[in-house]
Design a binder for this molecule. Structure first.
Ligand SMILES: Cc1cc2nc3c(=O)[nH]c(=O)nc-3n(C[C@H](O)[C@H](O)[C@H](O)COP(=O)(O)O)c2cc1C
Ligand SMILES: CCCCCCC(=O)C(=O)O
Length: 341
């Protein structure tokens, strides 16, 4: 099985350089992008021994969705830039792995088609000021079988991504479109970043959908407190993979305080910089219930389609299984903060 770094190298060779940069890049000088991974390297595990871990397991349940391991696939846009099978390949591999695929609002395959091959499907939303359109997209996702809604809240405006400016990457190639943005006439609308989104709009969202609702992109503990008070069903502790605000705290550094404030009342998903099973174990020990992966999945997809995504997810599963047992835990719930320094 190839490493994620090896798959990234193959992906880089295969991809149009502007598309590689779109996937790999972050905002500004990419300090936050780098910090996400560095924070994992800077923390070390201090394992416990003699704990009879012969029978250990990785499965978790998050907001009613079963995950065979505490790892899910984050929403990322435009999979058909990486491979002709796009989101279908990713969703199939994720279903095989028995975990959650979060379909991006900006997917290049319609959510209805993704749902046909996905197992546990969640849907990510960029709230659009045209509420009728927003409601229609949510209905599409829910009717297709999405089991949770992930509202991205870290993107009031689009981050300043220097690589995209340099490459003048503004449009998808002919034949590709953000298929969930088609309106009833078949026209594909531009995706609007939700600059005026407020907590009150979340109340409206709760009225128009029955899906459990996650907020994605929370790093401030007070926002986490408010989310719990507002009845939100779960939180992605995330800085959007360092693609929005450069200079922002890394996701892992933000996690412990949020975990302490939330105190188990809603599930926490950490994403940003997770590249190995040891990373997964560190995040779980510091309070996450599961982690999300973004770029590694895109590298697998670009390198080898469905098989490449399967390779990434299987590698992460095996590494997590090993790291969990070597830390003296029998399940993710037994990982505690004292295991990380
Ligand atoms: C190419 C790319 C596209 C993304 N598209 C979306 C998106 O459509 N919606 C969203 O909420 N987050 C999006 N994200 C952010 C991811 O969901 C996730 O937060 C991030 O990739 C996690 O960091 P990692 O790539 O280091 O694993 C995107 C990230 C990348 C790299
Ligand atoms: C205007 C297109 C919006 C797609 C946003 C995808 C995304 O979140 C990213 O980080 O890129």
């Amino acid at each position: 099985m190839r490493t994620i770094a090896e798959l990234e190298a193959i992906a880089r060779e295969r991809l149009d350089p502007a598309h590689y940069d779109y996937y790999a890049g972050g905002a500004g000088e990419e300090a936050t992008l780098r910090a996400n991974e560095r924070e994992f390297h800077d923390r070390v595990l201090v394992p416990r021994v003699l704990r009879a871990v012969g029978k250990h397991e990785l499965a978790v349940e998050i907001a009613g969705s079963p995950l065979s391991m505490p790892i899910l696939v984050c929403p990322t846009a435009f999979h058909r830039l990486a491979h002709p099978d796009g989101e279908l390949a990713t969703a199939r591999a994720t279903a095989e792995a028995g975990t959650v695929f979060v379909c991006s609002m900006a997917s290049t395959t319609a959510v209805e088609d993704v749902a046909k091959v996905a197992d546990v499907l969640w849907f990510q939303l960029y709230f659009q000021s045209d509420r009728k359109f927003t409601e229609a997209v949510l209905n599409r996702a829910e009717n297709a079988g999405a089991r949770a809604l992930v509202v991205t809240v870290d993107s009031a405006v689009r981050g300043r991504r220097e690589r995209e400016y340099r490459n003048a990457f503004h449009d998808l190639p002919p034949g590709l479109a953000a298929e969930n943005m088609r309106d009833e006439t078949g026209r594909v609308r531009d995706i609007e970043m939700p600059a005026d989104l407020t907590w009150e709009d979340l109340d409206w969202l709760r009225e128009v959908t029955n899906m459990p609702m996650f907020l994605k992109g929370v790093v401030h503990p007070e926002d986490a407190r408010r989310a719990v008070a507002a009845g939100i069903d779960g939180i992605f502790v995330s800085n959007h993979g360092g693609r929005q605000l450069d200079g922002e705290i890394s996701s892992l550094a933000a996690l412990p305080e949020i975990a302490s404030i939330v105190d188990g009342r809603v599930p926490l998903i950490l994403d940003g910089g997770v590249r190995s099973g040891a990373d997964v174990v560190k995040a779980l020990a510091l309070g996450a219930d599961a982690v999300g992966v973004g770029r590694p999945v895109l590298w697998g997809l670009a390198a080898a389609g469905q098989e490449g995504v399967a390779e990434v997810l299987e590698r992460l599963r095996e590494e997590t299984d090993t790291a969990l047992a070597l830390c003296g835990a029998r399940n993710p719930g037994e990982l505690t903060a004292d295991l990380v320094r």
